[in-house]
Design a binder for this molecule. Structure first.
Ligand SMILES: Nc1nc2c(c(=O)[nH]1)N[C@H]1C(S)=C(S)[C@@H](COP(=O)(O)OP(=O)(O)OC[C@H]3O[C@@H](n4cnc5c(=O)[nH]c(N)nc54)[C@H](O)[C@@H]3O)O[C@H]1N2
Ligand SMILES: Nc1nc2c(c(=O)[nH]1)N[C@H]1C(S)=C(S)[C@@H](COP(=O)(O)OP(=O)(O)OC[C@H]3O[C@@H](n4cnc5c(=O)[nH]c(N)nc54)[C@H](O)[C@@H]3O)O[C@H]1N2
Ligand code: SF4
Ligand SMILES: [Mo]
Length: 756
C-alpha cells in the first residue's frame, strides 16, 4: 500500500506488537499520520519475531476485507444480508436480549467463546462471564494446553509444562514430545541448538520426521495416539531398572506403589507392539532421560488432542518428570508461578462466579467432565490453598466447557438451555470437531442471540446476528500473561489509534457490563485496567511498556517445596491423585486406546487402514487465521494431505493431485503432498482450512465443508479425554484419489460493503 508523505510530516518509530497473531511479538514500526509505513521485528524486547508471517503486518492492519463497522443481520442467518449500525445500537440491542435471556433462563444460558490466545481481550471476556454468573466459557486452550496443565495441577499442584526452556549447559536432557519446533515457535529451535552444542541430549517423540527429530539423539517414531503407552513403558523401565530418584520418591511422592502396578504390563515388548517403537529404543529413551539430569519435558500439542488416549499421555509425562526428581530444579521442570506482585487473579473475579447469587448450575459439561467445572475449580483451590491462597490453577483452564456439550445444550436444551453465544476471536466451525453439529446449532432458532467480534468475516461470523469490529495488535495495548499461568507479564502500548470504528475487545465486555449491572466494575480503558492489575508491583502499564525489556518476571526459585510442600492436599506429589479420585476419576488413569484405532476398533479399521493426524502448526498460518492474506495464501493455497510417497504410489495418488480424506464420519477434499519422513501407515491432514474467496452464503459458506478436516472428526463422550477435549489425532482414515483438479487460487477484492 503506497503512502505519499507530506515533506513536513513527522515520521516516528515506536515499539508495539505484531498484529498478525496472538503470540504478540514485539515490532518496531515507522509511523506517519497514524499509518504504519514499515514494520520490523524488535529483537531487543526479549521475544524475537523471527517468523515468516510478520512481514504481512501492514497488509493485515488495513486489508480491504477487514471488518471495520458493527453490522446487524437483516436476512436469515447465513444469508449474507447485513446492515451497518452504530456501536450504541449494537450494544443496546445485545444487552437487552441478554437481560431477557437471563430473566427467562438464568445467567448460565449465555455461552462465551474464543480461539487461541489473544492477549487481554480473552481475559476481559472471562471477567465479564464471571461477574455475569455464567460458568459456560470455552477457549481453545481447552484443546491445546488444558489436558496437560490440569494433569500437572492434579499431581503437583503447580505447572511446569508451559514456558520452560532448556538452559544450555545446565539442562542435560529434554524430551520434545509432540513438539512442532520451527513451525510452532522458531526461537525454540535456536535454544535447542545451543543446548545440544553444550552437550544436552534430545529425545524426540513424533510420528513424522521434522527438524526437531533431525536434531535429536533419539527419535521415537510412534503410532499417533499411543503416547500414553509409550510414557507408561518408559516408566516401567525406569522403575524396573531402579533409575528413579528413590530419595525424592520416598520423601515427596505418594502413590508410587500404585503407579508401579498400573505400568506393570507395559514391558518394553508390549509397549513396542502398541506404539510401533522398537523395544530397545524405549529402553534407551528411559535410560537417557533418567540418567541425564536435570531433564525437561515441555508441552507439546502432539501428545494432546488424542481423545481418550490423551489422558494417560499427559499424566504419563507428568509422572515421568516427578519420579526422576526433575521437579522445581534449575534446568529441569521449574514451576512457572505467575508473578505474585499483581492483582491479575483477583481481577478475574473467579470468586464472583463461585458465589454468584444468580448462578444456580455448574457448567453444561460438569456432570460428565467435572475436572473442568466450578466444582473442579473449587477442588483445585481447596487442594492448593495452603501454598497458593488464591490458587495458581484458578484460571480459565479449570472451567472450560467441553465443546461437545454446546450443540446439545442449544439444540436439545440439555442439561439446560444455552440461548446466547458470544464469540470473540475464535472460528470454531473450523477449529472444533463435529463441525456440522455445531453448524446446525448456530443456525437453529433455539439460539436467540449470536454475536461475533473479529477482524474478519469468518464462517462463524457469517451465521451471527451481530458482527463487531475488533482492534488489532498495532492499535490496542497489551498486557500478556498467557491466560494467567505464565511466569511473566509483557507489556506494550498501542502505537496507532484504531482505524474506522474498530474497538478493543475489552470495550465489548465493559460496555455490556455497564449496561447489565456491572456498573463501577470496569475501568474506562484497557490501559487503566492494566494499571489496576499492575498496581501492587509498583509500575504502571506505560512504564513497563517503556522499559528496554518490557517484562515483569516472577521471582525465580527452586526446590521451594522443601519449605512449603507441594500445592496438593497432602503437600506431596500425588502420583495417585486425591483430586482426581475426589471428582470421581481413577486416581491414576489406565492407558486407553484412541476410540478409532487398529487396536481400539479392529473391525472398523479394516476399511480405514491408515492413521490420521491433523492440525500440525503450519508455517504460513496461525490456526484458522490468515486465509485472506495473499502472500500467505500463495505459499499454501489449499489444504494439504501429507503422505509417504510409497503409500501414495500404492493408492494411485500423484503428487499435487486432489484426494479424498475419509473417516467413518464422511470425507473432505485436500491436495496430496509427498513426504518420505512420514510413517508409511500415517498421513497428516491440514486443519483449519476455509476459503474466504468462496461465496459466503448458502452451502458454499466460504468453502468450509470442502477441506475442513474437523467436519469429519467425531466428538462427545465416546471420544473425549478426561477433560472433554477434542479427538484430532490418532484415528483411522482412508485416502483415495479424487476427480478433477485443485482449483487455482483466485483471491478477489473486498466483498464486504461494510468494511470501508
Ligand atoms: N506457525 C504457527 N505457529 C503456531 C501455531 C500455528 O498454527 N502456526 N499454533 C499455535 C498454537 S495455538 C499452538 S497450541 C502451538 C502448538 O505447538 P506445538 O506444541 O509445537 O505443536 P505443533 O506445532 O502442532 O506440532 C505437533 C507435533 O506433534 C506431532 N504429532 C502429531 N500426532 C502426534 C501423536 O499422536 N503423538 C506425538 N507424540 N506427536 C504427534 C506432529 O507431527 C507435530 O510435529 O503452536 C502455536 N504456534
Ligand atoms: N483438527 C484440528 N483442529 C484443531 C487443532 C488441531 O491441531 N487439529 N488445534 C486446536 C488448537 S491448538 C487451537 S488453539 C484452536 C484454534 O482455534 P481457532 O478458533 O481457529 O482460533 P484462532 O485461529 O486463534 O482465531 C480465530 C479468530 O480470531 C480472530 N482474531 C485474531 N485476533 C483477534 C483479536 O484480537 N480480537 C478479535 N476479536 N478477534 C481476533 C481471527 O481473525 C480468527 O477469525 O484450534 C484447535 N483445532
Ligand atoms: S505473526 Fe505471530 S508469531 Fe509471527 S511475528 Fe507476528 S505475532 Fe509473532
Ligand atoms: Mo493452540
Amino acid at each position: 500500500m503506497a503512502t505519499v508523505l507530506d515533506e513536513a510530516e513527522v515520521v516516528e518509530t515506536k515499539r508495539g506488537t505484531c498484529p498478525i497473531c496472538g503470540a504478540g511479538c514485539y515490532v518496531k514500526a515507522k509511523i506517519a499520520n497514524n499509518r504504519p509505513l514499515a514494520i520490523r521485528p524488535d529483537r531487543t524486547a526479549g521475544f524475537p519475531a523471527d517468523c515468516p508471517r510478520a512481514g504481512q503486518a501492514i497488509d493485515y492492519h488495513d486489508h480491504p476485507e477487514r471488518v471495520n463497522y458493527p453490522m446487524k443481520r437483516v436476512g436469515k442467518r447465513g444469508e449474507g444480508k447485513w446492515q451497518r449500525i452504530s456501536w450504541d445500537q449494537a450494544l443496546d440491542e445485545i444487552a437487552e436480549k441478554l437481560a431477557s435471556i437471563r430473566d427467562r433462563f438464568g445467567p448460565e444460558a449465555v455461552q462465551t467463546m474464543g480461539g487461541s490466545y489473544k492477549g487481554a481481550g480473552d481475559a476481559s471476556c472471562w471477567r465479564w462471564s464471571n461477574l455475569w454468573g455464567t460458568p459456560n466459557i470455552l477457549y481453545q486452550g481447552k484443546n491445546c494446553g488444558e489436558a496437560e496443565l490440569l494433569s500437572e495441577w492434579a499431581v503437583y499442584g503447580e505447572q511446569t509444562c508451559i514456558g520452560n526452556r532448556a538452559i544450555p549447559g545446565t539442562t542435560k536432557s529434554i524430551i520434545l514430545w509432540g513438539v512442532g519446533g520451527s513451525m510452532s515457535m522458531a526461537s525454540q529451535v535456536k535454544n535447542l541448538r545451543q543446548f545440544r552444542e553444550q552437550g544436552g541430549k534430545v529425545i524426540a517423540v513424533d510420528p513424522r520426521r521434522t527438524d526437531v527429530t533431525d536434531m535429536s539423539d533419539l527419535w521415537l517414531q510412534l503410532r499417533p495416539g499411543t503416547d500414553g503407552a509409550l510414557a507408561y513403558g518408559m516408566i516401567n523401565v525406569i522403575i524396573t531398572e531402579e533409575l528413579y530418584d528413590a530419595d525424592f520418591v520416598r520423601k515427596w511422592c505418594v502413590g508410587f506403589d500404585e503407579l508401579t502396578e498400573v505400568v506393570r504390563e507395559f514391558t518394553p515388548e508390549r509397549t513396542s507392539e502398541i506404539t510401533w517403537v522398537p523395544a530397545e529404543k524405549i529402553v534407551e529413551a528411559a535410560r537417557i532421560f533418567a540418567t541425564n539430569k536435570p531433564g525437561l519435558i515441555p508441552f507439546g500439542l502432539g501428545a494432546a488432542e488424542l481423545g481418550k488416549a490423551t489422558t494417560s499421555a499427559v499424566f504419563g509425562k507428568t509422572y515421568l518428570r516427578a519420579i526422576t526428581g526433575n521437579l522445581d530444579v534449575e534446568g529441569g521442570a521449574r514451576f512457572a508461578d505467575p508473578p505474585d506482585s499483581t492483582r491479575f487473579r483477583e481481577e478475574m473475579h473467579w470468586d464472583a462466579l463461585i458465589d454468584h447469587p444468580l448462578r444456580k448450575r455448574d457448567n453444561i459439561s460438569a456432570d460428565r467432565w467435572p475436572i473442568a467445572s466450578v466444582r473442579g475449580l473449587k477442588a483445585y483451590r481447596k487442594a492448593m490453598e495452603k501454598v497458593h491462597p488464591l490458587g495458581v490453577g484458578p484460571t480459565i483452564y479449570n472451567m472450560v466447557v467441553a465443546p461437545s456439550a454446546i450443540p446439545t445444550a442449544i439444540l436439545e436444551g440439555k442439561p439446560y438451555p444455552v440461548k446466547a453465544w458470544i464469540l470473540q476471536a475464535g472460528n470454531p466451525l473450523v477449529s472444533l470437531c463435529d463441525a456440522r453439529k455445531l453448524h446446525e446449532a448456530l443456525m437453529s432458532d433455539e439460539l436467540e442471540l449470536s454475536v461475533n467480534m473479529d477482524h474478519w468475516m469468518t464462517p462463524c461470523g457469517a451465521l451471527a446476528d451481530y458482527v463487531l469490529p475488533a482492534t488489532d495488535g498495532l492499535e490496542r495495548p497489551l498486557l500478556s500473561n498467557m491466560w494467567g499461568f505464565a511466569d511473566a507479564f509483557s507489556a506494550a502500548k498501542r502505537i496507532v489509534e484504531p482505524l474506522y470504528e474498530r474497538r478493543d475487545d475489552y470495550q465489548l465486555w465493559r460496555e455490556l457490563g455497564n449496561r447489565l449491572g456491572q456498573e463501577g466494575m470496569w475501568p474506562d480503558t484497557m490501559e487503566e485496567w492494566f494499571d489496576r492489575i499492575l498496581e501492587p508491583s509498583g509500575v504502571t502499564h506505560a512504564e513497563l511498556a517503556d522499559q528496554p525489556v518490557p517484562w515483569l518476571m516472577a521471582e525465580p526459585g527452586h526446590r521451594r517445596y522443601e519449605e512449603r510442600g507441594f500445592a496438593t492436599a497432602s503437600g506431596k506429589v500425588e502420583l495417585s491423585s486425591a483430586l482426581l479420585s475426589g471428582l470421581g476419576y481413577p486416581a491414576i488413569p489406565e492407558y486407553e486406546e484412541p476410540a478409532w484405532s487398529p487396536e481400539g476398533s479392529p473391525e472398523l479399521s479394516k476399511d480405514f487402514p491408515l492413521i490420521l493426524m491433523t492440525g500440525n502448526s503450519l508455517k504460513w498460518y496461525y490456526r484458522s487465521q490468515h486465509k485472506h492474506l495473499e502472500v500467505m495464501r500463495k505459499q499454501h493455497p489449499y489444504a494439504q494431505l501429507t503422505i509417504h510417497p510409497d503409500t501414495a504410489a500404492e493408492l494411485g495418488i500423484e503428487e499435487d493431485s486432489p484426494v479424498w480424506v475419509e473417516t467413518p464420519m464422511g470425507k473432505v477434499r485436500q491436495q496430496a503432498k509427498f513426504d518420505a519422513g512420514m510413517h508409511p501407515r500415517v498421513v497428516h491432514a491440514d486443519s483449519h482450512m476455509w476459503y474466504p474467496e468462496r461465496d459466503a452464503e448458502g452451502d458454499a459458506h466460504f468453502g468450509v465443508w470442502e477441506s475442513n478436516i474437523n467436519a469429519i472428526l467425531p466428538d462427545g463422550e465416546d471420544y473425549a479425554d478426561y477433560a472433554g477435549d477434542n479427538y484430532m489425532r490418532g484415528l483411522i482414515c482412508r485416502v483415495t484419489p479424487a476427480e478433477g483438479n485443485v482449483p487455482p487460487l483466485n483471491l478477489h477484492p473486498a466483498r464486504l460493503e461494510m468494511s470501508r
